[in-house]
Design a protein around this ligand. Structure first.
Ligand code: NAD
Length: 235
């Protein structure tokens, strides 16, 4: 009997909603220089360029919708009799818009900004500029996207590691297994006896660490897998 399911999602689950992944053909990093827009050094060097990049991504995010894979996970969260923990590397809010209530954003959230001076975090759906004052301390030039850039430590790692220790089933969806520490979660889950399932378009870098593989678009494979899990639990 499965008591706790740990689900790790990556850019692949949102690809069919129209948000480009990082590394696939035509992916985001083939079009922009990550050192310029996704590192603390890039932000220090040219904050206007970084704000422009995230303003554009925020606008794009508001135009897209969750797909059947996001909705299937929300159904699993509602109907599974045990616990479902969703940890996402995605900065979009498509899990929440599909109805998920228990999502851990380890790489932050696109629709949030943080004041580097007072530390407060704010929801932001519009544009941010270097001239935008912090809504709380009013300091200008102190707001940054509330996302984890390359070289920064992901959020909620203690909580995530504790959840991993307790899970019986680990499922990675639409993630290439190349960005650490997330790429190492399967090893931790496996070591403590969890069954590990990969749902992906093609094998991830760390595919050999999974017990079961389901290859195909997330919008088809995730709903299929969710129905199987729910029917096994009720039989
Ligand atoms: P990645 O781009 O490295 O890999 C994407 C993975 O998804 C690949 O394994 C690919 O085969 C798979 N994939 C592509 N289309 C798919 C589909 N339709 N169905 C199922 N799988 C599909 O993404 P990652 O592993 O999440 O990379 C890590 C970084 O990318 C994270 O830090 C994350 O913050 C960031 N990212 C997030 C978003 C977002 O918020 N939606 C978008 C792009 C990148």
């Amino acid at each position: 009997m499965i008591k706790k399911i740990f689900i790790l999602t990556g850019a692949g689950i949102s690809a069919e909603s129209g948000i480009p992944t990082f590394r696939d053909a035509g992916g985001l990093w083939q079009r922009v220089d990550l050192n310029k827009v996704a590192t603390p050094e890039g932000f220090q060097e040219d904050p206007d360029l970084v704000h422009e990049f995230y303003n554009k991504r925020r606008k794009e995010l508001l135009k897209v919708k969750p797909n059947p894979a996001h909705y299937a996970l929300a159904k699993l969260e509602r109907e599974f009799p045990g616990e479902v923990v969703i940890v996402t590397q995605n900065v979009d809010d498509l899990h929440e818009r599909a109805g998920c209530r228990n999502v851990i954003h380890m790489h932050g959230e696109l629709l949030k900004v943080r004041c580097m001076f007072c530390g407060k975090v704010f929801r932001e759906t519009g544009d941010v500029f270097t001239s935008t004052p912090c809504p709380s301390c009013k300091r200008k030039g102190s707001l940054r996207p509330h996302v984890v850039w390359f070289g920064e430590v992901p959020f909620f790692l203690d909580k995530i590691l504790k959840e991993l220790e307790e899970c019986d089933l680990f499922v990675a969806i639409g993630t290439s297994g190349t960005v650490y520490p997330a790429a190492g979660f399967v090893e931790l889950a496996r070591k403590q006896g969890a069954k590990c399932v990969e749902i992906n378009l093609k094998p991830a870098e760390n595919a050999h660490l999974f017990h079961e593989h389901r290859y195909g678009p997330a919008s088809k494979e995730v709903p299929k897998w969710v129905e199987e899990v729910l029917s096994t639990q009720s039989s």
